[in-house]
Ligand binder design. Structure first.
Ligand code: FES
Length: 162
């Protein structure tokens, strides 16, 4: 019977330096792997910050009073192919969201009686004040559009980070 350790018979790879390099090589591997992980995470953090800083246009949506309390106005934001909805929740209370469900992008609708935004596709429900998910499969809140009211006009001027 061989007097070599069992691991050597299980893994019969011969290498001249295999007795001397294990600890050093493993430490080197850990340092490199940690560095790569750190750099990878840093890249995603910087990318995310860049996305949040992304410039959005200022778009005129409606005049104050054009939408009745409890009413909505559909518009496009931040580009012409993205539907959005302005909701007048109260006398001086306006909110706006992208109109695409965060589940599979079906158009969502404001339901005044329940003060909710609902998705007909898979019964997703969002809070009409915050856009947060109340029920159903949507994984994220509705992206909320930053509004500014100035000189009797309501303007969209960005999308808030989720
Ligand atoms: S697409 Fe809205 S719940 Fe599925």
């Amino acid at each position: 019977m061989s007097d070599e350790p069992k691991w050597r018979t299980d893994f019969p790879i011969r290498w001249e330096g295999d007795n001397y390099t294990t600890r050093r090589e493993f430490t080197k591997f850990l340092v490199l792997a940690s560095g790569a992980t750190f750099l990878g995470n840093g890249y995603f953090v910087v990318k995310r910050l860049d996305q949040q800083r992304e410039e959005h246009p200022t778009v005129d949506v409606a005049s104050v009073g054009e939408v009745p309390v409890g009413g909505v106005k559909l518009f496009r934001y931040p580009t012409e192919d993205i539907p959005a909805v302005l909701i007048r929740l109260g006398e001086d209370e306006y909110v706006a969201f992208l109109q695409r469900c965060t589940h599979l992008s079906c158009p969502v609708h404001y339901i005044r009686e329940r003060e909710r935004i609902e998705c007909p596709c898979h019964n997703g429900v969002f809070d009409a004040r915050t856009g947060r998910v109340v029920e159903g499969p949507p994984p994220r809140p509705l992206p909320r559009i930053r509004l500014r009211v100035a000189d009797g006009r309501i303007q969209a001027e960005g999308i808030m980070p989720a």
